[in-house]
Write a protein that binds this ligand. Structure first.
Ligand SMILES: CC(C)(COP(=O)(O)OP(=O)(O)OC[C@H]1O[C@@H](n2cnc3c(N)ncnc32)[C@H](O)[C@@H]1OP(=O)(O)O)[C@@H](O)C(=O)NCCC(=O)NCCS
Length: 123
């Protein structure tokens, strides 16, 4: 076991929500439907979405922010306990494999108008 990389990011929740409202198609470019919708079918709240955006930025930093990563090739999903996990596919899985990443750790937080995430890439 070894740490390949770590990433951190913050996002201002109101600004992120305004960007989603203002830019047609942005939500679908950044997120999978499984991230946009709660299990009830309602839309996930802006604080949680901003934290998921921060998680994807943090993941990119953990990989050294290479060009060509697709936002929707990283998914934040939630275990029954409520713990968030990362699942990667496509462009992100390919870069992770190249660097020897075998598992991911993610933590999200949102308060005081800011959402944040930390990601650790483990080899
Ligand atoms: C490089 C990038 C992560 C910077 O993020 P940002 O939101 O513009 O800026 P932040 O303030 O959050 O972070 C800035 C810090 O990122 C760090 N950073 C810059 N390049 C980096 C790299 N290649 N790898 C890791 N960290 C990097 C630097 O430490 C910088 O701080 P500094 O200038 O004081 O040294 C961003 O431009 C980027 O490429 N994002 C990834 C997009 C992407 O791949 N999305 C799909 C992911 S699934």
């Amino acid at each position: 076991m070894s740490i390949i990389g770590v990433g951190i990011d913050v996002a201002e929740i109101d600004r992120f929500e305004a960007a989603l409202k203002r830019t047609p198609g942005l939500a679908e470019r950044l997120f999978l439907q499984s991230e946009l919708l709660l299990p009830t079918g309602e839309r996930r709240g802006s604080a949680s979405l901003a934290a998921r955006f921060a998680a994807k930025e943090a993941l990119a930093k953990a990989l050294g922010a290479p060009a060509g990563l697709l936002w929707t090739d990283a998914e934040v999903f939630v275990e029954d306990s409520g713990r968030p996990r990362l699942r990667v596919t496509g462009t992100v899985a390919a870069k992770a494999a190249e660097l020897g990443v075998r598992s991911w750790h993610v933590s999200l937080s949102h308060d005081a108008g800011v959402a944040s995430a930390v990601v650790v890439a483990e080899g």
